[in-house]
Design a protein around this ligand. Structure first.
Ligand code: GCO
Length: 447
Protein backbone atom coordinates (compact mmCIF):
# COMPACT_ATOMS: atom_id res chain seq x y z
CA UNK A 1 0.00 0.00 0.00
CA UNK A 2 1.30 3.45 -0.90
CA UNK A 3 0.22 5.61 2.02
CA UNK A 4 -0.45 9.29 1.27
CA UNK A 5 0.21 12.07 3.80
CA UNK A 6 -2.38 12.48 6.57
CA UNK A 7 -3.35 15.98 5.41
CA UNK A 8 -3.42 15.15 1.68
CA UNK A 9 -6.22 16.74 -0.35
CA UNK A 10 -8.47 14.15 -2.01
CA UNK A 11 -10.58 16.03 -4.48
CA UNK A 12 -12.42 16.27 -7.76
CA UNK A 13 -12.68 19.21 -10.15
CA UNK A 14 -15.29 20.96 -12.28
CA UNK A 15 -15.66 24.29 -14.08
CA UNK A 16 -18.52 26.78 -14.07
CA UNK A 17 -19.59 26.74 -17.71
CA UNK A 18 -19.32 22.95 -17.87
CA UNK A 19 -21.69 22.20 -14.97
CA UNK A 20 -23.65 25.18 -13.70
CA UNK A 21 -26.39 25.81 -16.26
CA UNK A 22 -28.64 28.62 -15.02
CA UNK A 23 -27.72 30.74 -18.04
CA UNK A 24 -30.84 32.88 -17.50
CA UNK A 25 -29.54 34.13 -14.15
CA UNK A 26 -26.16 35.43 -15.32
CA UNK A 27 -24.59 37.49 -18.07
CA UNK A 28 -23.52 35.85 -21.33
CA UNK A 29 -20.00 34.56 -21.68
CA UNK A 30 -17.96 34.02 -24.82
CA UNK A 31 -18.92 30.35 -24.58
CA UNK A 32 -22.65 31.15 -24.87
CA UNK A 33 -21.97 33.07 -28.06
CA UNK A 34 -19.61 30.40 -29.39
CA UNK A 35 -22.21 27.64 -28.86
CA UNK A 36 -24.79 29.69 -30.79
CA UNK A 37 -22.39 29.82 -33.75
CA UNK A 38 -23.53 26.99 -36.04
CA UNK A 39 -21.12 24.10 -36.34
CA UNK A 40 -18.79 25.16 -33.54
CA UNK A 41 -19.82 22.57 -30.94
CA UNK A 42 -20.88 18.96 -31.52
CA UNK A 43 -24.62 18.86 -32.29
CA UNK A 44 -24.84 22.51 -31.29
CA UNK A 45 -24.69 21.48 -27.61
CA UNK A 46 -24.27 24.30 -25.10
CA UNK A 47 -23.90 24.88 -21.37
CA UNK A 48 -27.20 26.68 -20.80
CA UNK A 49 -28.50 23.83 -18.59
CA UNK A 50 -25.47 21.49 -18.33
CA UNK A 51 -25.73 19.63 -14.99
CA UNK A 52 -28.13 22.24 -13.60
CA UNK A 53 -25.68 22.57 -10.72
CA UNK A 54 -26.98 26.03 -9.75
CA UNK A 55 -30.20 24.34 -8.65
CA UNK A 56 -28.76 21.00 -7.57
CA UNK A 57 -25.55 21.99 -5.80
CA UNK A 58 -26.74 20.64 -2.44
CA UNK A 59 -27.22 17.20 -3.95
CA UNK A 60 -23.79 17.49 -5.61
CA UNK A 61 -22.11 18.48 -2.36
CA UNK A 62 -23.81 15.50 -0.69
CA UNK A 63 -22.27 13.25 -3.37
CA UNK A 64 -18.82 14.71 -2.68
CA UNK A 65 -19.32 13.96 0.99
CA UNK A 66 -20.45 10.43 0.21
CA UNK A 67 -17.33 9.80 -1.89
CA UNK A 68 -15.27 11.18 0.99
CA UNK A 69 -13.67 14.15 -0.81
CA UNK A 70 -12.04 16.64 1.53
CA UNK A 71 -11.51 19.25 -1.19
CA UNK A 72 -13.19 20.35 -4.38
CA UNK A 73 -11.90 22.48 -7.25
CA UNK A 74 -14.50 24.68 -8.92
CA UNK A 75 -14.41 27.82 -10.97
CA UNK A 76 -16.43 30.98 -10.57
CA UNK A 77 -18.42 32.21 -13.52
CA UNK A 78 -17.27 35.82 -13.95
CA UNK A 79 -20.51 36.78 -15.79
CA UNK A 80 -22.56 35.30 -12.92
CA UNK A 81 -20.99 37.57 -10.32
CA UNK A 82 -20.41 40.56 -12.67
CA UNK A 83 -22.80 40.22 -15.62
CA UNK A 84 -21.02 42.86 -17.73
CA UNK A 85 -17.56 41.90 -16.52
CA UNK A 86 -16.99 45.25 -14.81
CA UNK A 87 -19.06 47.53 -12.62
CA UNK A 88 -22.15 46.42 -10.76
CA UNK A 89 -21.88 42.91 -9.26
CA UNK A 90 -24.91 40.62 -9.19
CA UNK A 91 -26.09 39.97 -5.66
CA UNK A 92 -27.94 36.88 -6.85
CA UNK A 93 -24.77 35.49 -8.41
CA UNK A 94 -22.66 36.19 -5.34
CA UNK A 95 -25.33 34.64 -3.11
CA UNK A 96 -25.17 31.42 -5.13
CA UNK A 97 -21.46 31.03 -4.33
CA UNK A 98 -22.05 32.02 -0.69
CA UNK A 99 -24.51 29.15 -0.39
CA UNK A 100 -22.19 26.77 -2.25
CA UNK A 101 -19.15 27.58 -0.08
CA UNK A 102 -21.23 27.28 3.09
CA UNK A 103 -22.57 23.89 1.98
CA UNK A 104 -19.05 22.68 1.12
CA UNK A 105 -17.56 23.76 4.44
CA UNK A 106 -20.50 22.25 6.30
CA UNK A 107 -19.72 18.95 4.50
CA UNK A 108 -16.03 19.16 5.42
CA UNK A 109 -14.97 19.89 1.82
CA UNK A 110 -12.38 22.65 1.29
CA UNK A 111 -13.07 24.78 -1.81
CA UNK A 112 -10.21 25.49 -4.22
CA UNK A 113 -11.35 28.23 -6.55
CA UNK A 114 -10.30 29.08 -10.10
CA UNK A 115 -11.07 32.64 -11.16
CA UNK A 116 -11.02 32.02 -14.88
CA UNK A 117 -11.90 28.75 -16.54
CA UNK A 118 -12.55 30.24 -19.98
CA UNK A 119 -16.01 31.87 -19.62
CA UNK A 120 -15.05 35.50 -20.21
CA UNK A 121 -18.05 37.87 -19.96
CA UNK A 122 -19.22 38.49 -23.52
CA UNK A 123 -19.48 42.22 -22.81
CA UNK A 124 -15.70 42.28 -22.25
CA UNK A 125 -15.06 40.36 -25.43
CA UNK A 126 -16.98 43.07 -27.28
CA UNK A 127 -14.45 45.53 -25.88
CA UNK A 128 -11.55 43.47 -27.21
CA UNK A 129 -11.32 40.85 -24.48
CA UNK A 130 -7.74 39.88 -23.63
CA UNK A 131 -6.47 42.19 -26.38
CA UNK A 132 -7.70 45.26 -24.53
CA UNK A 133 -4.94 46.85 -22.38
CA UNK A 134 -7.59 47.35 -19.66
CA UNK A 135 -8.04 43.57 -19.30
CA UNK A 136 -5.55 43.29 -16.37
CA UNK A 137 -7.49 45.98 -14.49
CA UNK A 138 -10.84 44.28 -15.17
CA UNK A 139 -9.42 41.05 -13.82
CA UNK A 140 -7.93 42.75 -10.78
CA UNK A 141 -11.32 44.26 -9.89
CA UNK A 142 -13.00 40.91 -10.34
CA UNK A 143 -10.37 39.29 -8.06
CA UNK A 144 -10.92 42.01 -5.45
CA UNK A 145 -14.67 41.34 -5.48
CA UNK A 146 -14.09 37.62 -4.89
CA UNK A 147 -11.45 38.19 -2.24
CA UNK A 148 -13.69 40.63 -0.30
CA UNK A 149 -16.75 38.47 -0.50
CA UNK A 150 -15.35 34.94 -0.16
CA UNK A 151 -11.84 35.34 1.30
CA UNK A 152 -13.18 34.44 4.75
CA UNK A 153 -14.11 30.95 3.47
CA UNK A 154 -11.86 30.39 0.47
CA UNK A 155 -8.11 30.13 1.05
CA UNK A 156 -6.94 28.38 -2.12
CA UNK A 157 -7.10 30.22 -5.43
CA UNK A 158 -5.98 29.66 -8.99
CA UNK A 159 -6.01 32.70 -11.25
CA UNK A 160 -6.19 30.95 -14.65
CA UNK A 161 -7.00 27.50 -15.90
CA UNK A 162 -4.98 26.45 -18.94
CA UNK A 163 -4.36 29.88 -20.43
CA UNK A 164 -2.73 28.04 -23.34
CA UNK A 165 -6.18 26.78 -24.38
CA UNK A 166 -7.83 30.20 -24.15
CA UNK A 167 -5.06 31.66 -26.30
CA UNK A 168 -4.14 28.74 -28.54
CA UNK A 169 -7.49 27.02 -29.12
CA UNK A 170 -9.59 30.18 -28.67
CA UNK A 171 -7.48 32.86 -30.36
CA UNK A 172 -5.27 31.02 -32.88
CA UNK A 173 -7.07 27.82 -33.92
CA UNK A 174 -10.59 29.19 -33.48
CA UNK A 175 -11.93 25.87 -32.16
CA UNK A 176 -12.79 27.19 -28.68
CA UNK A 177 -14.48 30.44 -27.69
CA UNK A 178 -14.16 33.18 -28.72
CA UNK A 179 -13.35 31.39 -32.00
CA UNK A 180 -10.73 33.83 -33.28
CA UNK A 181 -7.94 33.09 -35.73
CA UNK A 182 -5.38 35.74 -34.97
CA UNK A 183 -1.80 36.38 -35.88
CA UNK A 184 0.92 35.67 -33.35
CA UNK A 185 1.52 39.37 -32.88
CA UNK A 186 -2.02 39.81 -31.64
CA UNK A 187 -1.95 36.67 -29.53
CA UNK A 188 1.28 37.68 -27.83
CA UNK A 189 -0.44 40.93 -26.87
CA UNK A 190 -3.28 38.93 -25.33
CA UNK A 191 -0.70 36.73 -23.56
CA UNK A 192 1.00 39.80 -22.09
CA UNK A 193 -2.33 41.13 -20.80
CA UNK A 194 -3.22 37.78 -19.35
CA UNK A 195 0.09 37.57 -17.48
CA UNK A 196 -0.40 41.09 -16.15
CA UNK A 197 -3.93 40.11 -15.10
CA UNK A 198 -2.50 37.14 -13.22
CA UNK A 199 0.07 39.34 -11.47
CA UNK A 200 -2.44 41.95 -10.40
CA UNK A 201 -5.00 39.42 -9.20
CA UNK A 202 -2.41 37.33 -7.35
CA UNK A 203 -1.30 40.43 -5.47
CA UNK A 204 -4.87 41.29 -4.46
CA UNK A 205 -5.63 37.73 -3.34
CA UNK A 206 -2.37 37.36 -1.41
CA UNK A 207 -2.86 40.67 0.39
CA UNK A 208 -5.33 38.88 2.67
CA UNK A 209 -3.44 36.77 5.17
CA UNK A 210 -3.40 33.00 4.88
CA UNK A 211 -4.26 32.80 1.18
CA UNK A 212 -2.58 30.32 -1.15
CA UNK A 213 -2.46 31.42 -4.77
CA UNK A 214 -1.52 29.39 -7.81
CA UNK A 215 -2.17 29.05 -11.52
CA UNK A 216 -3.08 25.90 -13.48
CA UNK A 217 -1.44 25.89 -16.90
CA UNK A 218 -1.46 22.97 -19.36
CA UNK A 219 1.34 20.71 -18.18
CA UNK A 220 1.79 18.10 -20.86
CA UNK A 221 5.49 17.46 -20.99
CA UNK A 222 7.57 14.46 -22.01
CA UNK A 223 8.60 11.46 -19.96
CA UNK A 224 11.80 9.48 -20.47
CA UNK A 225 11.63 6.15 -22.26
CA UNK A 226 14.15 4.76 -19.76
CA UNK A 227 15.51 6.22 -16.55
CA UNK A 228 18.98 6.64 -17.99
CA UNK A 229 20.58 10.01 -17.24
CA UNK A 230 20.64 10.79 -20.98
CA UNK A 231 16.92 10.13 -21.53
CA UNK A 232 15.96 12.14 -18.44
CA UNK A 233 18.12 15.04 -19.55
CA UNK A 234 16.64 14.94 -23.05
CA UNK A 235 13.10 15.29 -21.65
CA UNK A 236 13.89 18.04 -19.16
CA UNK A 237 13.24 21.02 -21.42
CA UNK A 238 10.33 19.58 -23.44
CA UNK A 239 7.17 21.54 -22.74
CA UNK A 240 9.20 24.19 -20.93
CA UNK A 241 11.52 25.70 -23.53
CA UNK A 242 10.54 23.52 -26.44
CA UNK A 243 7.10 23.02 -27.86
CA UNK A 244 4.46 24.33 -30.10
CA UNK A 245 3.82 28.09 -30.56
CA UNK A 246 2.75 29.69 -27.30
CA UNK A 247 2.09 26.40 -25.47
CA UNK A 248 5.33 25.83 -23.52
CA UNK A 249 5.68 26.91 -19.89
CA UNK A 250 8.39 29.45 -20.75
CA UNK A 251 5.50 31.75 -21.73
CA UNK A 252 3.67 31.32 -18.40
CA UNK A 253 5.54 29.96 -15.41
CA UNK A 254 8.96 31.34 -16.41
CA UNK A 255 7.80 34.98 -16.41
CA UNK A 256 5.62 34.51 -13.31
CA UNK A 257 8.02 32.49 -11.15
CA UNK A 258 11.42 33.53 -12.50
CA UNK A 259 10.66 36.95 -13.98
CA UNK A 260 12.10 35.68 -17.25
CA UNK A 261 10.60 36.55 -20.63
CA UNK A 262 11.24 34.01 -23.43
CA UNK A 263 12.96 36.46 -25.76
CA UNK A 264 14.45 33.94 -28.10
CA UNK A 265 11.19 32.08 -28.77
CA UNK A 266 9.24 35.31 -29.17
CA UNK A 267 11.74 36.73 -31.62
CA UNK A 268 11.32 33.58 -33.66
CA UNK A 269 7.53 33.79 -33.56
CA UNK A 270 7.19 37.46 -34.26
CA UNK A 271 10.25 39.68 -34.39
CA UNK A 272 8.33 42.98 -34.13
CA UNK A 273 6.47 42.10 -30.94
CA UNK A 274 6.98 44.58 -28.11
CA UNK A 275 8.11 42.56 -25.05
CA UNK A 276 6.89 43.54 -21.57
CA UNK A 277 8.72 46.50 -20.05
CA UNK A 278 10.65 46.20 -16.79
CA UNK A 279 7.66 47.74 -14.95
CA UNK A 280 5.33 45.21 -16.53
CA UNK A 281 7.64 42.33 -15.64
CA UNK A 282 7.63 43.56 -12.04
CA UNK A 283 3.85 43.05 -12.00
CA UNK A 284 3.94 39.66 -13.72
CA UNK A 285 6.78 38.30 -11.58
CA UNK A 286 5.50 37.74 -8.07
CA UNK A 287 5.20 35.18 -5.32
CA UNK A 288 3.25 32.06 -6.14
CA UNK A 289 2.31 29.46 -3.52
CA UNK A 290 1.76 26.45 -5.73
CA UNK A 291 1.51 25.26 -9.30
CA UNK A 292 -1.65 23.54 -10.48
CA UNK A 293 -0.82 20.68 -12.84
CA UNK A 294 -3.50 19.48 -15.24
CA UNK A 295 -2.15 16.14 -16.35
CA UNK A 296 -3.81 13.97 -19.00
CA UNK A 297 -0.96 12.55 -21.02
CA UNK A 298 2.54 13.29 -22.22
CA UNK A 299 4.94 12.15 -24.86
CA UNK A 300 7.40 9.32 -24.44
CA UNK A 301 10.87 10.50 -25.52
CA UNK A 302 14.49 9.48 -25.41
CA UNK A 303 17.87 11.01 -26.12
CA UNK A 304 18.60 10.88 -29.84
CA UNK A 305 22.09 10.44 -31.25
CA UNK A 306 22.91 14.10 -30.57
CA UNK A 307 21.32 14.00 -27.10
CA UNK A 308 18.28 15.93 -28.37
CA UNK A 309 14.81 14.63 -27.46
CA UNK A 310 13.35 12.15 -29.89
CA UNK A 311 9.79 10.80 -29.80
CA UNK A 312 9.34 7.12 -29.02
CA UNK A 313 6.15 5.91 -30.69
CA UNK A 314 3.84 3.84 -28.51
CA UNK A 315 3.13 0.37 -29.85
CA UNK A 316 -0.01 -0.17 -31.92
CA UNK A 317 -2.98 -0.86 -29.67
CA UNK A 318 -1.53 0.98 -26.65
CA UNK A 319 -4.37 1.81 -24.19
CA UNK A 320 -6.18 5.07 -24.97
CA UNK A 321 -9.22 6.94 -23.69
CA UNK A 322 -12.42 7.90 -25.52
CA UNK A 323 -10.69 11.17 -26.42
CA UNK A 324 -8.01 9.11 -28.17
CA UNK A 325 -5.47 10.23 -25.56
CA UNK A 326 -2.83 7.62 -24.66
CA UNK A 327 -2.85 6.28 -21.11
CA UNK A 328 0.67 7.07 -19.89
CA UNK A 329 0.60 7.39 -16.09
CA UNK A 330 4.44 7.59 -15.78
CA UNK A 331 4.17 11.08 -17.21
CA UNK A 332 2.37 12.26 -14.09
CA UNK A 333 5.39 11.51 -11.89
CA UNK A 334 7.74 13.24 -14.34
CA UNK A 335 5.47 16.26 -14.68
CA UNK A 336 5.54 16.76 -10.92
CA UNK A 337 9.28 16.20 -10.77
CA UNK A 338 10.27 18.41 -13.71
CA UNK A 339 8.07 21.28 -12.51
CA UNK A 340 9.57 21.02 -9.04
CA UNK A 341 13.10 20.97 -10.40
CA UNK A 342 12.50 24.04 -12.50
CA UNK A 343 10.36 26.16 -10.17
CA UNK A 344 10.95 24.76 -6.67
CA UNK A 345 7.29 25.14 -5.72
CA UNK A 346 4.72 22.76 -4.25
CA UNK A 347 2.13 21.51 -6.69
CA UNK A 348 -1.39 20.14 -6.76
CA UNK A 349 -2.73 17.86 -9.46
CA UNK A 350 -5.59 20.15 -10.43
CA UNK A 351 -6.94 17.84 -13.17
CA UNK A 352 -6.41 14.22 -14.17
CA UNK A 353 -8.97 11.87 -15.62
CA UNK A 354 -10.34 10.24 -18.74
CA UNK A 355 -13.34 10.15 -21.04
CA UNK A 356 -14.99 6.74 -21.18
CA UNK A 357 -18.02 5.32 -23.00
CA UNK A 358 -20.18 4.98 -19.88
CA UNK A 359 -23.93 4.40 -19.80
CA UNK A 360 -26.47 3.36 -17.19
CA UNK A 361 -26.65 -0.39 -17.58
CA UNK A 362 -29.90 -2.36 -17.60
CA UNK A 363 -29.28 -3.21 -13.93
CA UNK A 364 -29.03 0.47 -13.10
CA UNK A 365 -25.29 0.44 -12.42
CA UNK A 366 -22.55 2.35 -14.21
CA UNK A 367 -19.39 0.23 -14.24
CA UNK A 368 -16.30 1.93 -15.57
CA UNK A 369 -13.40 -0.45 -14.89
CA UNK A 370 -11.09 1.48 -17.21
CA UNK A 371 -11.49 4.62 -15.11
CA UNK A 372 -10.95 2.64 -11.89
CA UNK A 373 -7.66 1.38 -13.31
CA UNK A 374 -6.71 4.80 -14.69
CA UNK A 375 -7.24 6.32 -11.25
CA UNK A 376 -5.12 3.69 -9.50
CA UNK A 377 -2.35 3.85 -12.10
CA UNK A 378 -2.06 7.63 -11.79
CA UNK A 379 -2.27 7.68 -8.00
CA UNK A 380 0.58 5.16 -7.84
CA UNK A 381 2.73 7.54 -9.88
CA UNK A 382 1.73 10.37 -7.60
CA UNK A 383 2.61 8.16 -4.65
CA UNK A 384 6.08 7.70 -6.12
CA UNK A 385 6.50 11.48 -6.28
CA UNK A 386 5.34 11.87 -2.67
CA UNK A 387 7.61 9.07 -1.49
CA UNK A 388 10.55 10.86 -3.07
CA UNK A 389 9.68 13.92 -1.03
CA UNK A 390 8.19 16.03 -3.82
CA UNK A 391 5.64 18.40 -2.27
CA UNK A 392 2.17 17.74 -3.73
CA UNK A 393 -0.75 19.07 -1.73
CA UNK A 394 -3.76 17.55 -3.42
CA UNK A 395 -5.20 15.48 -6.27
CA UNK A 396 -8.35 16.59 -8.09
CA UNK A 397 -9.89 14.02 -10.39
CA UNK A 398 -11.39 15.46 -13.57
CA UNK A 399 -14.26 15.38 -13.17
CA UNK A 400 -16.69 15.07 -10.30
CA UNK A 401 -19.47 14.44 -12.79
CA UNK A 402 -20.11 14.11 -16.52
CA UNK A 403 -20.46 17.57 -18.02
CA UNK A 404 -20.26 19.82 -21.07
CA UNK A 405 -16.96 18.93 -22.72
CA UNK A 406 -16.51 22.18 -24.68
CA UNK A 407 -16.47 21.66 -28.47
CA UNK A 408 -17.28 17.95 -27.91
CA UNK A 409 -20.57 18.85 -26.24
CA UNK A 410 -22.04 16.10 -24.04
CA UNK A 411 -20.47 13.30 -26.06
CA UNK A 412 -17.48 12.78 -23.78
CA UNK A 413 -18.05 11.60 -20.22
CA UNK A 414 -15.28 12.32 -17.71
CA UNK A 415 -17.23 11.99 -14.44
CA UNK A 416 -16.91 9.85 -11.35
CA UNK A 417 -20.66 10.46 -11.25
CA UNK A 418 -22.84 9.71 -14.27
CA UNK A 419 -25.32 12.44 -15.23
CA UNK A 420 -28.42 11.75 -17.29
CA UNK A 421 -28.73 15.05 -19.14
CA UNK A 422 -32.47 14.53 -19.77
CA UNK A 423 -33.53 13.85 -16.18
CA UNK A 424 -30.47 15.22 -14.31
CA UNK A 425 -30.32 11.97 -12.38
CA UNK A 426 -26.90 11.37 -10.84
CA UNK A 427 -25.48 7.84 -10.45
CA UNK A 428 -22.20 7.07 -8.74
CA UNK A 429 -20.02 5.05 -11.11
CA UNK A 430 -17.84 2.21 -9.84
CA UNK A 431 -14.87 4.61 -10.12
CA UNK A 432 -16.51 6.82 -7.47
CA UNK A 433 -16.78 3.74 -5.22
CA UNK A 434 -13.15 2.83 -5.90
CA UNK A 435 -12.04 6.38 -5.11
CA UNK A 436 -14.14 6.29 -1.93
CA UNK A 437 -12.21 3.19 -0.83
CA UNK A 438 -8.83 4.73 -1.72
CA UNK A 439 -9.68 7.82 0.32
CA UNK A 440 -10.93 5.71 3.23
CA UNK A 441 -7.64 3.76 3.24
CA UNK A 442 -5.59 6.92 2.76
CA UNK A 443 -3.65 5.47 -0.13
CA UNK A 444 -3.55 3.12 -3.06
CA UNK A 445 -2.53 -0.53 -3.34
CA UNK A 446 0.79 -1.31 -4.98
CA UNK A 447 0.68 -3.86 -7.76
C1 GCO B 1 -9.04 21.57 -19.03
C2 GCO B 1 -10.27 21.67 -19.22
C3 GCO B 1 -11.36 20.83 -18.74
C4 GCO B 1 -11.66 19.73 -19.70
C5 GCO B 1 -10.82 18.53 -19.40
C6 GCO B 1 -11.06 17.38 -20.35
O1 GCO B 1 -8.66 22.30 -18.08
O2 GCO B 1 -8.41 20.96 -19.86
O3 GCO B 1 -10.16 22.62 -18.30
O4 GCO B 1 -12.35 21.78 -18.68
O5 GCO B 1 -12.99 19.39 -19.61
O6 GCO B 1 -9.48 18.86 -19.52
O7 GCO B 1 -10.77 17.73 -21.65
Amino acid sequence: MIVFPEDFGWGAATASYQIEGGADTRGDSVWDAFCRWPGKTANGHDGSVACDHVHRFREDVALMKEIGLNCYRLSISWPRVMPSGTGQPSEEGLAFYDALFDALLEAGVTPWVTLFHWDLPLALHHQGGWLNPDAPKWFEDYAALLSDRFGDRVHHWMTFNEPQCTLGLGHVDGIHAPGLKLSYEEVLTALKHLLLAHGRAAKVLRSRSGQKVGIAPVSNLAYPATESAADIEACRSVGFDRGNGIWPQCFYLDPIVHGRWPDEQVRKLFPAFEPPTAEEMAIIHGPLDFIGLNYYHSQKMRAGADGKPEVVELPAGHPETAMGWPVVPEGLYWTVRFHHERYGLPSAITENGMANLDWVQSDGRVDDPQRVDYLRLHLRQLGRALNEGLPVWAYFHWSLMDNFEWAEGYHKRFGLVHVDFQTQKRTLKSSARAYQEIIRQGGVEEV
